[in-house]
Design a protein around this ligand. Structure first.
Ligand code: ADP
Ligand code: ZN
Length: 731
């Protein structure tokens, strides 16, 4: 098949590369011509870089001085749909297009030609004489059913030396052959492992299937309590996609979740999907990137960056746990993968499913307004019931100092241990204690690079800054006054809760689940699997336990401090607390045993706590929506954050003040600007940070106004300016 040559040799074409600062540059089409979307190598300064032919030359460059495209790569051209998506995403997030393209080119060996690799497979001929080693080799290959393995892998798997293989090849028992390195993924069988759906599951699945069948764009909010079968339902829509030979993408917020999920996909469709996240090997990443473009993979499961894969025929995007804050990328290109999934769906003409037990207010409001379809699964599947939720009033509990487990919670855990059931102590605070104070001088130990306290991590025997990651050994003497032995840990972290649990239940197996205690996603996955099988009596965990893990023996959730999230002045404090508490409580009683959630609080009458306990979700959302509407806050108004930072304190502040004075372009669209103000964490990694906040009415052309506004000033080279459209974090 000869590709369409849009541009004849010598024509000026515009090439975009991730290495250009702001926009595409013009080059001359090479011998043989070149098509729009083609991957090419072009000279840039003294380097050769990989880029994409974006379209016709833009002109404005002296044609006599244009350089020629060096080579056209043997890779599937970028489709119009992806180019449009990147353009729109760049416009929306006010990101330069080259930086947006970088997200779509995070693939190792993009410029390398397709590679072959040597595999050994069985021919079916039997060896002249069987030995144990030979039997093992043939056993390993038989399990793969004809697929073959590289020599080194086969030696390892069979526990034999290369000589054994060599003999078998000589005898014709094994054959060596070359196959492309980037092979298509095993076909998923849409019909194989489907379960009988309950009536409301099948009603929801029918609507999603119909959407896929009709094709075209549409977004559905799939809301259902944890355990109601949302996954089961959207996998049914995936089956519809597979039946049509098209492609589906499922985004998950946490790599640690994928293990569980992959196993489910395998059980449902008879083979594993393509996987895309930071833990995947470079060779697999390259293979998956190519196969999405060539149609050699039907289902991809990935982290948010999977949104930028070059799918050939994307029919469905699922964003699971759509409310999860980790979908917002807070460094580099600031984008929200949930919103970008909707944009990609619109560009690709694909169905988008946002699944959650506790949707974001944004998605809830979009469904209310009729922009999204809404499907509700109300009952938990089978016998499992939502846990009973009760408050434990900490004002009445007389706790000894440095203890945080109230008697009511203590009794409940004791009862679980006696019955051989698991309990979860939830506290969203990593480390041993959030504050270390000197009892002699009263000073707290802070980070040298940030305006943040150092957090004691006793397992690691270090103080760690949660902003920049800096750490140091826990000192003997106070760094401020030099007095020894008077440093004291104040307040609880998960490590300290584990200590209290071990003290109260010396016989119990206590396990801490906190992201910093794991060096790899794999180690975390393994521990989660072991715990799910009953490898702990008490789990002490941060929010990583809130995310979809299945612990069948877990029947009690104790929230150590339900007030924690309510203290901040964050716009979404109430929403987040509501979501997190309900998610965590949803961990209990997933199997046949009923669960109980106990929320320790000093404010049992706080409206948010009352809404959590009563389970009146719609009531909570209505109230929250009204409050936001009255204040003109998202999703009923729009926000953008401007973060200015520098190693010196004054320049960002001066620039911020200058911007605040020149607010004409903002006022012209009805927007206002607040600030400059020092960011709540005013110094991170040695950089001083100043924030401005732009607030605009819902329909205002916010991005255009901000561009015009920022264009008025020259940003000094010592200052970094970042624009955060729809900010989630205000730190
Ligand atoms: P959610 O995604 O809403 O949390 P899941 O799809 O994970 O819910 O379902 C919760 C549990 O119930 C899982 O263990 C799942 O295998 C089981 N389950 C859900 N629906 C069915 C069904 N129709 N038949 C059998 N098991 C089901
Ligand atoms: Zn720091």
């Amino acid at each position: 098949m000869t590709p369409i040559r849009d541009f004849p040799p010598g024509a000026a074409v515009s090439v975009l590369t991730p290495d250009m600062p702001l926009r595409a540059l013009d080059y001359l089409a090479p011998e043989g011509g070149v098509a729009t979307g083609a991957w090419v190598v072009v000279p840039l300064g003294r380097r050769e870089v990989v880029g994409v032919v974006w379209g016709a030359g833009t002109g404005g460059f002296d044609p006599a001085r244009l350089k020629a495209i060096g080579a056209v790569l043997d890779a599937p051209p970028m489709r119009d749909e992806l180019r449009q998506f990147l353009t729109r995403a760049a416009d929306y997030t006010l990101t330069p297009l080259p930086a947006m393209l970088r997200l779509a080119t995070r693939v190792p060996g993009l410029a390398d030609p397709p590679q072959m690799r040597r595999l050994i497979r069985a021919t079916g001929t039997l060896p002249a004489r069987t030995t144990e080693a030979r039997t093992r080799v043939l056993g390993v290959l038989a399990e793969l059913g004809g697929a073959g393995l590289p020599q080194a892998d086969l030696c390892r798997a069979a526990g034999v030396g290369a000589a054994v293989l060599k003999t078998l090849v000589a005898q014709g028992v094994l054959a060596e052959g070359e196959v492309p390195r980037d092979l298509p993924y095993p076909r998923l069988d849409p019909g194989s492992g489907g379960r009988a759906l309950s009536p409301d599951q099948s009603a929801a699945a029918a609507v999603l299937r119909e959407g896929v069948r009709q094709g075209g764009y549409g977004t559905t909010l799939l809301k259902g309590v944890t355990g109601s079968g949302k996954t089961e339902v959207y996998l049914d829509a995936v089956a519809e996609v597979l039946e049509r030979g098209r492609q589906a993408l499922v985004l998950l917020p946490e790599i640690a979740l994928t293990a569980d999920f992959l196993a489910r996909v395998e059980a449902r469709f008879g083979a594993l999907p393509g996987e895309w996240h930071s833990g995947v090997t470079p060779a697999e990443r390259r293979r998956l990137w190519r196969m999405t473009a060539e149609g050699g993979v039907g289902l991809v499961v990935g982290a948010r960056s999977a949104l930028f894969l070059p799918f050939r025929d994307l029919a469905l995007i699922v964003v699971d746990e759509e409310h999860d804050t980790s979908y917002k990328q807070e460094e580099g290109v600031l984008y929200n993968a949930r919103d970008m999934a909707v944009l990609r769906g619109a560009m690709a003409g694909a169905q988008v499913v946002l699944a959650s037990a506790t949707p974001s207010l944004e998605s809830w409001a979009n469904a209310q307004a009729g922009r999204y379809r809404r499907l509700d699964l109300t009952a938990r599947f089978g016998a499992a019931e939502l846990p009973d939720m009760q408050a434990v009033d900490l004002r009445a509990a007389k706790l000894p100092s440095n203890h945080w487990i109230a008697p009511a919670l203590q009794q409940a855990i004791t009862a679980r241990i006696a019955r051989g059931e698991q309990s979860l102590l939830f506290l969203n605070r990593r480390g041993y204690a959030p504050v270390t104070i000197c009892r002699a001088c009263g000073q707290q130990i802070g980070c040298e690079h940030c305006d943040a306290r150092m957090v004691e991590h006793r397992f690691q025997k270090r103080l760690v800054c949660h902003q920049c990651g800096a750490s140091k050994p826990i000192p003997e003497a106070c760094p401020s006054c030099g007095v020894e032995g008077r440093l004291a840990a104040i307040g609880p972290g998960v490590e300290r809760m584990a200590e209290e649990a071990a003290e109260l239940w010396p016989e119990a197996r206590v396990k801490v689940l906190s992201s910093d205690l794991y060096s790899s996603a794999r180690a975390l996955k393994e521990d989660i699997a072991a715990i799910a099988e009953g490898g702990a009596d008490i789990i002490v965990g941060t929010q990583i336990v809130a995310k979809g893990h299945n612990f069948p023996k877990l029947t009690l959730v104790g929230v150590v401090d339900a007030d924690l999230g309510l203290q901040g002045s964050d716009l979404r404090a109430a929403e987040r607390t509501f979501q997190l508490m309900r998610q965590v409580a949803g961990r209990a009683g997933r199997a046949e045993r009923p669960g109980l959630a106990l929320l320790q609080t000093h404010q049992p009458d706080h409206p948010v706590i009352r809404a959590i306990l009563s389970g009146d979700e719609e009531g909570f959302w209505q109230a929250e929506a009204q409050a936001r509407q009255a204040a003109g806050m998202p999703p009923y108004g729009r926000l953008a954050g401007i973060i200015l930072s520098s190693t010196e304190a004054q320049p960002p502040y001066d620039l911020g003040a200058d911007l605040a004075r020149r607010d004409g372009p903002l006022r012209a669209v009805g927007a206002e600007v607040w600030g400059p103000a020092p960011a709540p964490i005013a110094r991170v990694r040695g950089r001083h940070r100043v924030r401005l906040l732009v607030k605009a009415p819902k329909g205002a052309p916010l991005q255009a106004a901000i561009s015009a506004w920022l264009a008025q000033v020259a940003v000094p080279s010592s200052v970094r300016l970042a624009v955060d459209i729809d900010p989630q974090s205000f730190l």
